[in-house]
Design a protein around this ligand. Sequence first.
Ligand code: ADP
Length: 483
Amino acid sequence: MRIVHLAAECAPFVKVGGLGDVVGALPQALNRLGDHQICVIVPYYGAIVSAAFGMEPFAAFSIQWNGAETQVEVAHVHHEGVDIYFLRGWPFFSADEVFIYHGDDGVNLGRYLFFCAAALEFIRILSDQEGWVPDIVHLHDWHAALAAMLLATKYRNDAHLRHTASVLSIHNMMYQGWGVGWHLDRAGLPPIAHPLLRAMGKTENSLAIGLAYSTMLSTVSPTYAREITTSEGGYDLEGLLEARVAHMLGILNGLDSARWNPSTSAVLLSSFDEHSLEERSANKDALQAEVGLPVSSSVPLLSSVTRLVGQKGLDIMIPVLRQLMTTTQVQVVILGSGMVEFETALLDLARDFPERIAVKLGFDEPLSERIYAGADLFLMPSQFEPCGIGQMIALRYGCLPVVRQVGGLADTVDQTTGFLFKPYEIEALRATVEDALRIYASDQLRWRRMQVAAMQRDFSWEASARRYIDLYSLAIDSKRQYG
Ligand code: ADP
Protein backbone atom coordinates (compact mmCIF):
# COMPACT_ATOMS: atom_id res chain seq x y z
CA MET A 1 0.00 0.00 0.00
CA ARG A 2 1.01 3.61 -0.58
CA ILE A 3 0.13 5.61 2.55
CA VAL A 4 0.56 9.35 3.14
CA HIS A 5 0.17 10.79 6.65
CA LEU A 6 -0.87 14.41 7.22
CA ALA A 7 -0.42 15.83 10.72
CA ALA A 8 0.36 19.00 12.66
CA GLU A 9 3.11 17.27 14.69
CA CYS A 10 5.76 14.61 14.10
CA ALA A 11 8.47 13.75 16.65
CA PRO A 12 11.37 14.40 16.78
CA PHE A 13 10.94 17.38 14.43
CA VAL A 14 7.95 18.99 16.10
CA LYS A 15 6.19 17.66 19.20
CA VAL A 16 3.81 19.30 21.63
CA GLY A 17 2.12 16.16 23.02
CA GLY A 18 1.05 12.59 22.34
CA LEU A 19 0.04 13.39 18.72
CA GLY A 20 3.70 14.08 17.89
CA ASP A 21 4.74 10.77 19.47
CA VAL A 22 2.25 8.78 17.39
CA VAL A 23 3.06 10.46 14.08
CA GLY A 24 6.76 10.04 14.89
CA ALA A 25 6.41 6.29 15.47
CA LEU A 26 3.48 4.79 13.51
CA PRO A 27 4.87 5.50 10.00
CA GLN A 28 8.16 3.81 10.94
CA ALA A 29 6.30 0.83 12.40
CA LEU A 30 4.22 0.53 9.19
CA ASN A 31 7.43 0.73 7.18
CA ARG A 32 9.02 -2.07 9.21
CA LEU A 33 6.13 -4.39 8.28
CA GLY A 34 7.47 -4.27 4.68
CA ASP A 35 5.41 -4.15 1.47
CA HIS A 36 4.23 -0.59 2.11
CA GLN A 37 5.47 2.84 1.02
CA ILE A 38 4.95 5.45 3.69
CA CYS A 39 5.53 9.18 3.80
CA VAL A 40 4.56 11.97 6.18
CA ILE A 41 3.67 15.60 5.43
CA VAL A 42 3.81 18.19 8.23
CA PRO A 43 3.84 21.99 8.33
CA TYR A 44 7.29 23.52 8.00
CA TYR A 45 7.07 25.57 11.20
CA GLY A 46 9.57 28.34 11.77
CA ALA A 47 10.41 26.63 15.07
CA ILE A 48 11.81 23.52 13.33
CA VAL A 49 15.60 23.63 13.35
CA SER A 50 16.16 22.27 9.84
CA ALA A 51 19.98 22.14 10.11
CA ALA A 52 19.79 19.93 13.20
CA PHE A 53 17.88 17.30 11.25
CA GLY A 54 19.71 17.52 7.92
CA MET A 55 16.62 18.74 6.11
CA GLU A 56 17.14 19.74 2.46
CA PRO A 57 15.08 21.92 0.10
CA PHE A 58 13.03 19.51 -2.05
CA ALA A 59 10.52 21.34 -4.26
CA ALA A 60 8.63 24.55 -4.85
CA PHE A 61 5.28 25.05 -6.55
CA SER A 62 2.49 27.60 -6.45
CA ILE A 63 -1.20 27.43 -5.61
CA GLN A 64 -3.97 30.00 -5.80
CA TRP A 65 -4.79 30.91 -2.23
CA ASN A 66 -7.01 33.64 -0.81
CA GLY A 67 -7.05 35.37 -4.19
CA ALA A 68 -3.30 35.38 -4.76
CA GLU A 69 -0.65 33.09 -6.16
CA THR A 70 1.21 31.58 -3.20
CA GLN A 71 4.58 29.85 -3.42
CA VAL A 72 4.75 26.57 -1.47
CA GLU A 73 8.21 25.60 -0.31
CA VAL A 74 8.90 21.93 0.50
CA ALA A 75 11.80 20.56 2.54
CA HIS A 76 12.58 16.87 2.94
CA VAL A 77 14.43 14.45 5.14
CA HIS A 78 14.64 10.65 5.04
CA HIS A 79 14.20 9.58 8.64
CA GLU A 80 14.39 5.97 9.82
CA GLY A 81 13.22 4.63 6.47
CA VAL A 82 10.40 7.15 5.99
CA ASP A 83 10.27 10.27 3.79
CA ILE A 84 9.14 13.30 5.77
CA TYR A 85 8.08 16.43 3.85
CA PHE A 86 7.65 19.89 5.38
CA LEU A 87 5.42 22.52 3.73
CA ARG A 88 5.19 26.28 4.12
CA GLY A 89 3.81 29.11 1.99
CA TRP A 90 4.02 32.69 3.20
CA PRO A 91 2.45 33.80 5.56
CA PHE A 92 1.59 30.26 6.68
CA PHE A 93 4.32 28.59 8.76
CA SER A 94 6.81 31.31 7.92
CA ALA A 95 10.43 31.07 9.00
CA ASP A 96 10.09 33.75 11.67
CA GLU A 97 7.14 32.14 13.48
CA VAL A 98 8.24 31.00 16.93
CA PHE A 99 5.08 29.14 17.90
CA ILE A 100 3.68 25.78 16.77
CA TYR A 101 0.03 26.47 17.59
CA HIS A 102 -1.07 30.10 17.51
CA GLY A 103 -2.93 31.32 20.61
CA ASP A 104 -5.80 32.51 18.38
CA ASP A 105 -7.86 29.60 17.01
CA GLY A 106 -9.04 31.70 14.06
CA VAL A 107 -5.44 32.04 12.90
CA ASN A 108 -4.91 28.29 13.28
CA LEU A 109 -7.97 27.53 11.14
CA GLY A 110 -6.53 29.52 8.25
CA ARG A 111 -3.10 27.92 8.68
CA TYR A 112 -4.32 24.33 8.70
CA LEU A 113 -6.82 24.79 5.87
CA PHE A 114 -3.89 26.02 3.80
CA PHE A 115 -1.82 23.06 4.98
CA CYS A 116 -4.49 20.55 3.86
CA ALA A 117 -4.90 22.21 0.45
CA ALA A 118 -1.13 22.54 -0.17
CA ALA A 119 -0.47 18.96 1.01
CA LEU A 120 -2.98 17.46 -1.43
CA GLU A 121 -1.50 19.49 -4.30
CA PHE A 122 1.95 18.29 -3.26
CA ILE A 123 0.78 14.66 -3.24
CA ARG A 124 -0.46 15.11 -6.81
CA ILE A 125 2.91 16.53 -7.89
CA LEU A 126 4.87 13.81 -6.11
CA SER A 127 2.73 10.98 -7.43
CA ASP A 128 3.00 12.42 -10.93
CA GLN A 129 6.81 12.64 -10.71
CA GLU A 130 7.29 9.22 -9.12
CA GLY A 131 4.53 7.37 -10.97
CA TRP A 132 2.25 6.21 -8.15
CA VAL A 133 -1.12 7.03 -6.68
CA PRO A 134 -1.79 7.07 -2.94
CA ASP A 135 -4.08 4.31 -1.65
CA ILE A 136 -4.58 5.99 1.72
CA VAL A 137 -4.30 9.52 3.04
CA HIS A 138 -4.15 9.12 6.83
CA LEU A 139 -5.25 12.34 8.57
CA HIS A 140 -4.53 13.10 12.21
CA ASP A 141 -6.82 15.29 14.34
CA TRP A 142 -8.75 18.40 13.25
CA HIS A 143 -5.71 20.10 11.71
CA ALA A 144 -5.65 17.59 8.85
CA ALA A 145 -9.37 16.69 8.82
CA LEU A 146 -10.38 19.14 6.08
CA ALA A 147 -8.27 17.18 3.58
CA ALA A 148 -10.98 14.46 3.69
CA MET A 149 -13.54 17.01 2.54
CA LEU A 150 -11.24 18.30 -0.23
CA LEU A 151 -10.60 14.73 -1.43
CA ALA A 152 -14.32 13.98 -1.55
CA THR A 153 -15.29 17.23 -3.30
CA LYS A 154 -12.58 19.20 -5.14
CA TYR A 155 -10.54 16.09 -6.04
CA ARG A 156 -13.46 13.73 -6.54
CA ASN A 157 -12.60 13.17 -10.22
CA ASP A 158 -8.90 13.98 -10.07
CA ALA A 159 -6.69 11.60 -12.05
CA HIS A 160 -4.25 11.16 -9.13
CA LEU A 161 -6.58 11.20 -6.16
CA ARG A 162 -9.94 9.87 -7.24
CA HIS A 163 -9.26 6.36 -5.89
CA THR A 164 -7.58 7.51 -2.69
CA ALA A 165 -9.39 6.56 0.53
CA SER A 166 -9.12 8.72 3.65
CA VAL A 167 -8.70 7.64 7.27
CA LEU A 168 -9.10 10.18 10.07
CA SER A 169 -7.62 9.41 13.51
CA ILE A 170 -8.95 11.24 16.55
CA HIS A 171 -6.25 11.84 19.16
CA ASN A 172 -8.35 14.13 21.35
CA MET A 173 -12.06 14.94 20.82
CA MET A 174 -11.79 18.14 22.81
CA TYR A 175 -9.97 20.01 20.04
CA GLN A 176 -12.22 20.52 17.00
CA GLY A 177 -11.23 23.63 15.01
CA TRP A 178 -14.51 25.51 15.05
CA GLY A 179 -15.40 28.40 12.70
CA VAL A 180 -13.96 27.29 9.39
CA GLY A 181 -16.72 28.63 7.08
CA TRP A 182 -15.20 32.09 6.72
CA HIS A 183 -11.82 30.58 5.83
CA LEU A 184 -13.34 28.27 3.20
CA ASP A 185 -15.10 31.22 1.64
CA ARG A 186 -11.95 33.34 1.66
CA ALA A 187 -10.02 30.52 0.00
CA GLY A 188 -12.65 30.34 -2.76
CA LEU A 189 -13.97 26.96 -1.60
CA PRO A 190 -17.72 26.25 -1.57
CA PRO A 191 -19.66 26.04 1.71
CA ILE A 192 -20.02 22.59 3.29
CA ALA A 193 -22.92 20.77 1.65
CA HIS A 194 -22.77 17.38 3.44
CA PRO A 195 -26.38 16.57 4.46
CA LEU A 196 -25.44 15.05 7.83
CA LEU A 197 -23.36 18.09 8.80
CA ARG A 198 -26.10 20.47 7.70
CA ALA A 199 -28.74 18.52 9.59
CA MET A 200 -26.61 18.52 12.74
CA GLY A 201 -25.50 22.14 12.45
CA LYS A 202 -21.81 21.19 12.24
CA THR A 203 -20.74 22.79 8.95
CA GLU A 204 -18.37 25.14 10.81
CA ASN A 205 -16.54 22.40 12.72
CA SER A 206 -13.31 21.09 11.12
CA LEU A 207 -13.23 17.82 13.06
CA ALA A 208 -16.92 17.15 12.34
CA ILE A 209 -16.32 17.81 8.64
CA GLY A 210 -13.48 15.27 8.67
CA LEU A 211 -15.60 12.75 10.56
CA ALA A 212 -18.39 13.03 8.00
CA TYR A 213 -16.21 12.93 4.86
CA SER A 214 -13.51 10.39 5.78
CA THR A 215 -13.82 6.89 4.41
CA MET A 216 -12.89 5.33 7.77
CA LEU A 217 -12.25 6.66 11.27
CA SER A 218 -10.12 5.58 14.18
CA THR A 219 -9.21 6.69 17.64
CA VAL A 220 -6.35 5.79 19.92
CA SER A 221 -7.86 3.19 22.25
CA PRO A 222 -10.86 0.83 22.15
CA THR A 223 -12.41 2.27 25.33
CA TYR A 224 -12.10 5.86 24.06
CA ALA A 225 -13.80 4.73 20.82
CA ARG A 226 -16.83 3.80 22.92
CA GLU A 227 -16.66 6.85 25.20
CA ILE A 228 -16.74 9.40 22.39
CA THR A 229 -20.13 8.15 21.20
CA THR A 230 -21.62 9.22 24.57
CA SER A 231 -22.66 12.70 25.68
CA GLU A 232 -19.94 12.63 28.34
CA GLY A 233 -17.05 12.00 25.94
CA GLY A 234 -18.33 13.20 22.57
CA TYR A 235 -17.94 16.95 23.10
CA ASP A 236 -21.15 17.55 21.13
CA LEU A 237 -20.12 15.32 18.24
CA GLU A 238 -21.48 12.06 19.73
CA GLY A 239 -24.47 12.09 17.36
CA LEU A 240 -22.21 12.30 14.33
CA LEU A 241 -19.94 9.57 15.70
CA GLU A 242 -22.93 7.38 16.48
CA ALA A 243 -24.00 7.75 12.85
CA ARG A 244 -20.55 6.63 11.69
CA VAL A 245 -19.75 4.07 14.37
CA ALA A 246 -19.68 1.19 11.89
CA HIS A 247 -16.75 2.92 10.17
CA MET A 248 -14.68 3.46 13.32
CA LEU A 249 -12.00 1.36 15.08
CA GLY A 250 -10.19 1.95 18.38
CA ILE A 251 -6.49 1.08 18.01
CA LEU A 252 -4.24 1.41 21.02
CA ASN A 253 -1.11 3.51 20.55
CA GLY A 254 2.20 1.73 20.98
CA LEU A 255 5.19 2.84 23.02
CA ASP A 256 8.62 3.36 21.46
CA SER A 257 10.24 0.57 23.45
CA ALA A 258 13.75 1.33 22.20
CA ARG A 259 13.51 4.95 23.35
CA TRP A 260 11.92 4.04 26.70
CA ASN A 261 14.11 1.24 28.01
CA PRO A 262 15.34 1.11 31.64
CA SER A 263 18.06 -1.39 30.76
CA THR A 264 19.77 0.85 28.18
CA SER A 265 18.92 4.39 29.26
CA ALA A 266 21.86 6.80 29.45
CA VAL A 267 20.20 9.13 31.95
CA LEU A 268 19.75 6.64 34.81
CA LEU A 269 22.27 6.03 37.56
CA SER A 270 21.50 2.31 37.55
CA SER A 271 20.05 0.36 34.65
CA PHE A 272 17.67 -2.51 35.36
CA ASP A 273 15.08 -4.84 33.91
CA GLU A 274 12.42 -7.12 35.36
CA HIS A 275 15.10 -9.69 36.30
CA SER A 276 17.26 -7.20 38.16
CA LEU A 277 14.70 -5.09 40.00
CA GLU A 278 17.03 -4.83 43.01
CA GLU A 279 19.14 -2.44 40.89
CA ARG A 280 16.16 -0.08 40.70
CA SER A 281 16.47 1.26 44.26
CA ALA A 282 19.69 3.17 43.48
CA ASN A 283 17.58 5.26 41.10
CA LYS A 284 15.11 6.04 43.88
CA ASP A 285 17.92 7.25 46.18
CA ALA A 286 19.38 9.35 43.38
CA LEU A 287 15.98 10.83 42.50
CA GLN A 288 15.25 11.79 46.11
CA ALA A 289 18.64 13.49 46.31
CA GLU A 290 18.18 15.23 42.92
CA VAL A 291 14.81 16.77 43.83
CA GLY A 292 15.80 17.63 47.41
CA LEU A 293 13.85 15.01 49.38
CA PRO A 294 15.37 13.03 52.28
CA VAL A 295 16.91 9.82 50.91
CA SER A 296 15.04 6.76 52.15
CA SER A 297 14.35 3.54 50.33
CA SER A 298 11.51 2.50 52.64
CA VAL A 299 9.32 5.64 52.37
CA PRO A 300 6.92 5.21 49.41
CA LEU A 301 7.57 7.79 46.68
CA LEU A 302 4.52 8.95 44.70
CA SER A 303 4.97 10.73 41.37
CA SER A 304 3.36 12.44 38.42
CA VAL A 305 4.74 13.72 35.10
CA THR A 306 2.06 15.67 33.34
CA ARG A 307 0.72 18.66 31.53
CA LEU A 308 -0.90 20.73 34.30
CA VAL A 309 -4.37 21.00 32.74
CA GLY A 310 -7.87 20.06 33.91
CA GLN A 311 -7.93 16.87 31.80
CA LYS A 312 -5.19 15.32 33.92
CA GLY A 313 -7.25 15.22 37.15
CA LEU A 314 -5.29 17.78 39.15
CA ASP A 315 -8.36 19.07 40.93
CA ILE A 316 -8.71 15.71 42.68
CA MET A 317 -4.99 14.88 42.85
CA ILE A 318 -3.88 18.05 44.66
CA PRO A 319 -6.39 17.71 47.58
CA VAL A 320 -5.52 14.01 47.93
CA LEU A 321 -1.80 14.81 48.20
CA ARG A 322 -2.57 17.36 50.91
CA GLN A 323 -4.68 14.82 52.84
CA LEU A 324 -1.98 12.14 52.54
CA MET A 325 0.49 14.49 54.25
CA THR A 326 -1.50 14.16 57.49
CA THR A 327 -2.43 10.47 57.28
CA THR A 328 0.69 8.77 55.85
CA GLN A 329 4.47 9.02 55.57
CA VAL A 330 4.69 9.28 51.77
CA GLN A 331 6.96 11.46 49.68
CA VAL A 332 5.82 13.05 46.40
CA VAL A 333 7.62 14.29 43.29
CA ILE A 334 5.71 16.16 40.56
CA LEU A 335 7.09 17.32 37.20
CA GLY A 336 4.81 19.39 34.99
CA SER A 337 3.89 22.67 33.40
CA GLY A 338 0.67 24.28 32.31
CA MET A 339 -2.09 26.29 33.95
CA VAL A 340 -1.05 28.86 36.53
CA GLU A 341 -3.73 27.82 39.03
CA PHE A 342 -2.34 24.26 39.19
CA GLU A 343 1.28 25.43 39.25
CA THR A 344 0.47 27.73 42.17
CA ALA A 345 -1.44 25.06 44.11
CA LEU A 346 1.45 22.61 43.69
CA LEU A 347 4.08 25.17 44.72
CA ASP A 348 1.95 25.91 47.82
CA LEU A 349 2.00 22.20 48.69
CA ALA A 350 5.76 21.99 48.25
CA ARG A 351 6.20 25.08 50.44
CA ASP A 352 3.94 23.65 53.17
CA PHE A 353 5.69 20.24 53.16
CA PRO A 354 9.25 20.90 51.93
CA GLU A 355 10.62 17.65 53.37
CA ARG A 356 7.98 15.54 51.65
CA ILE A 357 6.83 17.15 48.41
CA ALA A 358 9.07 18.25 45.54
CA VAL A 359 7.56 20.14 42.62
CA LYS A 360 9.52 20.83 39.43
CA LEU A 361 7.88 23.13 36.92
CA GLY A 362 8.93 22.96 33.25
CA PHE A 363 9.47 20.34 30.56
CA ASP A 364 12.41 18.05 31.36
CA GLU A 365 12.52 14.69 29.59
CA PRO A 366 15.66 13.29 31.32
CA LEU A 367 14.20 14.12 34.74
CA SER A 368 10.89 12.53 33.69
CA GLU A 369 12.76 9.31 32.92
CA ARG A 370 14.51 9.37 36.29
CA ILE A 371 11.10 9.81 37.94
CA TYR A 372 9.63 6.80 36.07
CA ALA A 373 12.72 4.78 37.07
CA GLY A 374 12.90 5.84 40.72
CA ALA A 375 9.38 6.48 42.06
CA ASP A 376 7.16 3.70 43.41
CA LEU A 377 3.74 4.92 42.27
CA PHE A 378 2.67 7.00 39.25
CA LEU A 379 -0.58 8.99 39.58
CA MET A 380 -2.72 9.57 36.48
CA PRO A 381 -6.30 10.28 37.64
CA SER A 382 -7.40 11.79 34.30
CA GLN A 383 -10.93 13.09 33.70
CA PHE A 384 -10.60 11.53 30.24
CA GLU A 385 -7.62 9.99 28.48
CA PRO A 386 -7.76 9.07 24.76
CA CYS A 387 -4.75 6.74 25.16
CA GLY A 388 -2.07 8.15 27.46
CA ILE A 389 1.65 7.45 27.26
CA GLY A 390 2.75 8.32 30.79
CA GLN A 391 1.17 5.22 32.30
CA MET A 392 2.77 3.00 29.63
CA ILE A 393 6.23 4.40 30.37
CA ALA A 394 5.58 3.99 34.12
CA LEU A 395 4.65 0.32 33.62
CA ARG A 396 7.80 -0.29 31.57
CA TYR A 397 9.93 1.21 34.37
CA GLY A 398 8.25 -0.74 37.20
CA CYS A 399 6.58 2.38 38.65
CA LEU A 400 3.08 1.09 39.42
CA PRO A 401 0.33 3.35 38.04
CA VAL A 402 -2.73 4.58 39.94
CA VAL A 403 -5.19 5.49 37.18
CA ARG A 404 -8.80 6.36 36.62
CA GLN A 405 -10.55 3.61 34.70
CA VAL A 406 -11.22 5.62 31.51
CA GLY A 407 -10.06 5.60 27.88
CA GLY A 408 -6.64 4.19 27.19
CA LEU A 409 -5.88 3.97 30.93
CA ALA A 410 -8.56 1.27 31.24
CA ASP A 411 -7.05 -0.54 28.24
CA THR A 412 -3.45 -0.56 29.47
CA VAL A 413 -3.59 -0.97 33.27
CA ASP A 414 -5.27 -3.80 35.17
CA GLN A 415 -5.23 -5.10 38.73
CA THR A 416 -2.13 -7.21 38.13
CA THR A 417 -0.06 -4.19 37.06
CA GLY A 418 -1.57 -1.21 38.86
CA PHE A 419 -4.46 0.34 40.77
CA LEU A 420 -7.73 1.58 39.24
CA PHE A 421 -10.70 3.64 40.44
CA LYS A 422 -13.77 4.88 38.59
CA PRO A 423 -15.71 7.80 40.18
CA TYR A 424 -14.01 11.12 39.51
CA GLU A 425 -13.90 11.91 43.22
CA ILE A 426 -11.25 12.87 45.76
CA GLU A 427 -12.37 10.06 48.07
CA ALA A 428 -12.07 7.37 45.36
CA LEU A 429 -8.53 8.42 44.44
CA ARG A 430 -7.45 8.68 48.09
CA ALA A 431 -8.84 5.21 48.95
CA THR A 432 -7.05 3.68 45.95
CA VAL A 433 -3.71 5.29 46.80
CA GLU A 434 -4.12 4.05 50.39
CA ASP A 435 -4.83 0.50 49.13
CA ALA A 436 -1.64 0.66 47.12
CA LEU A 437 0.32 1.95 50.12
CA ARG A 438 -0.97 -0.93 52.28
CA ILE A 439 0.35 -3.47 49.78
CA TYR A 440 3.64 -1.57 49.53
CA ALA A 441 4.07 -1.69 53.31
CA SER A 442 2.85 -5.21 54.01
CA ASP A 443 3.39 -7.41 50.95
CA GLN A 444 6.72 -6.79 49.24
CA LEU A 445 6.41 -10.06 47.32
CA ARG A 446 3.09 -9.04 45.74
CA TRP A 447 4.50 -5.60 44.94
CA ARG A 448 7.48 -7.20 43.21
CA ARG A 449 5.18 -9.54 41.25
CA MET A 450 3.14 -6.56 40.07
CA GLN A 451 6.30 -4.72 39.00
CA VAL A 452 7.47 -7.73 36.98
CA ALA A 453 4.04 -8.11 35.33
CA ALA A 454 4.00 -4.36 34.55
CA MET A 455 7.47 -4.43 32.99
CA GLN A 456 6.58 -7.45 30.87
CA ARG A 457 3.56 -5.79 29.25
CA ASP A 458 4.08 -5.53 25.49
CA PHE A 459 3.05 -2.19 24.03
CA SER A 460 5.08 -2.55 20.85
CA TRP A 461 4.04 -0.52 17.82
CA GLU A 462 4.12 -3.60 15.60
CA ALA A 463 0.76 -4.94 16.82
CA SER A 464 -0.87 -1.51 16.40
CA ALA A 465 0.64 -1.05 12.94
CA ARG A 466 -0.91 -4.35 11.81
CA ARG A 467 -4.32 -3.17 12.98
CA TYR A 468 -3.89 0.06 11.00
CA ILE A 469 -3.14 -2.02 7.89
CA ASP A 470 -6.47 -3.84 8.49
CA LEU A 471 -8.19 -0.47 8.81
CA TYR A 472 -6.59 0.78 5.57
CA SER A 473 -7.79 -2.38 3.77
CA LEU A 474 -11.34 -1.72 4.96
CA ALA A 475 -11.06 1.88 3.77
CA ILE A 476 -9.78 0.84 0.33
CA ASP A 477 -12.63 -1.69 -0.04
CA SER A 478 -15.22 0.85 1.05
CA LYS A 479 -13.84 3.47 -1.34
CA ARG A 480 -13.96 0.98 -4.20
CA GLN A 481 -17.53 -0.01 -3.39
CA TYR A 482 -19.11 3.32 -2.51
CA GLY A 483 -16.71 5.92 -3.93
P1 ADP B 1 -0.78 14.18 26.69
O1 ADP B 1 -0.37 13.91 25.28
O2 ADP B 1 -2.26 14.38 26.88
O3 ADP B 1 0.01 15.27 27.35
P2 ADP B 1 0.29 11.54 27.28
O4 ADP B 1 0.32 10.71 28.51
O5 ADP B 1 -0.26 10.90 26.02
O6 ADP B 1 -0.48 12.88 27.60
O7 ADP B 1 1.77 12.01 26.91
C1 ADP B 1 2.49 12.82 27.79
C2 ADP B 1 3.96 12.65 27.47
O8 ADP B 1 4.63 13.86 27.77
C3 ADP B 1 4.61 11.58 28.34
O9 ADP B 1 5.69 11.03 27.59
C4 ADP B 1 5.15 12.38 29.54
O10 ADP B 1 6.28 11.74 30.13
C5 ADP B 1 5.57 13.65 28.83
N1 ADP B 1 5.55 14.83 29.69
C6 ADP B 1 4.45 15.50 30.15
N2 ADP B 1 4.82 16.56 30.88
C7 ADP B 1 6.18 16.55 30.92
C8 ADP B 1 7.16 17.41 31.52
N3 ADP B 1 6.81 18.46 32.24
N4 ADP B 1 8.47 17.09 31.33
C9 ADP B 1 8.82 16.01 30.59
N5 ADP B 1 7.95 15.18 30.00
C10 ADP B 1 6.64 15.44 30.14
